[in-house]
Design a protein around this ligand. Structure first.
Ligand SMILES: [Fe+2]
Length: 221
């Protein structure tokens, strides 16, 4: 199985405070049957300097790969907090899943600012494939509008692991807009328990979503 959204690089963001935590996270992922993790380190364009973000992420990635002996393939991506004009950032490809043009994008929580849909349009015109992170968290009307523009989405395991309201997410899956499932793991407390519950609830749909993810990442998987 594939985890498209995870914070597991040591010290790269608040998902892991260091190597011990990261190795524990990977052990939990192994036990859950995960074989590919996209390590989506938070990137906040408003406060992070792009070059130092990339260097810090690379160092954390190398530190982890140096010590991790297990079977999981880890790719160092990013969870990009969206801002208007992001498309002007030079070297934007470094925020995509390596070897692809697929970018995990986190929407602002207080609605879409003016100019955001145009930013997405320009990103897509430039060949970037934005995948909206944890679309379950936002106003469904906003998300439906973005899906209508051709944007794709990722679901977190957490809402799918809960008994109530999770069925409301199924039309997005069945409509083809959801292309990835993520643990959004931070720390080790929850681990992959929600992910496994989500997969159990989804049944064959989990395989459908994973097939879409592997198709998106076909150049590197
Ligand atoms: Fe996240």
């Amino acid at each position: 199985m594939l985890d498209f959204h995870a914070h597991v690089l040591p010290g790269a963001d608040h998902g892991s405070d260091g190597l011990r935590t990261s190795l524990r996270q990977l052990k939990l992922a192994e036990q859950a049957g995960i074989d590919v993790i996209i390590a989506t380190t938070h990137f906040y364009p408003q406060s992070d300097e792009f070059g130092s973000f990339c260097r810090k992420r690379q160092l954390a990635y190398e530190e982890l790969l140096d010590k991790y002996q297990g079977p999981i393939r880890i790719l160092a991506g990013a969870e990009v907090h969206m801002c208007v004009g992001l498309d002007h950032l030079e070297g934007l490809e470094a925020l995509c899943v390596p070897g692809t043009r697929v970018m995990l994008c986190e929407l602002p929580f207080r609605g879409l600012p003016g100019g955001m849909t145009e930013t997405f349009e320009r990103l897509m015109d430039g060949g970037i494939v934005p995948v909206l992170a944890h679309v379950d968290r936002y106003d469904p009307t906003v998300i439906n509008n973005l899906f209508g523009m051709g944007l794709l989405g990722q679901l977190n395991a957490e809402p799918l692991s809960r008994r109530f309201h999770r069925r409301r997410l199924l039309p997005w899956i069945d409509g083809g807009s959801i292309v990835a499932l993520g643990s959004d793991i931070h720390g080790t407390e929850i681990g992959y328990s929600q992910y496994l519950k989500a997969v159990d609830f989804l049944g064959p749909r989990a395989g459908t979503i994973e097939a879409r993810t592997r198709e998106l990442l076909r150049d590197v998987l």
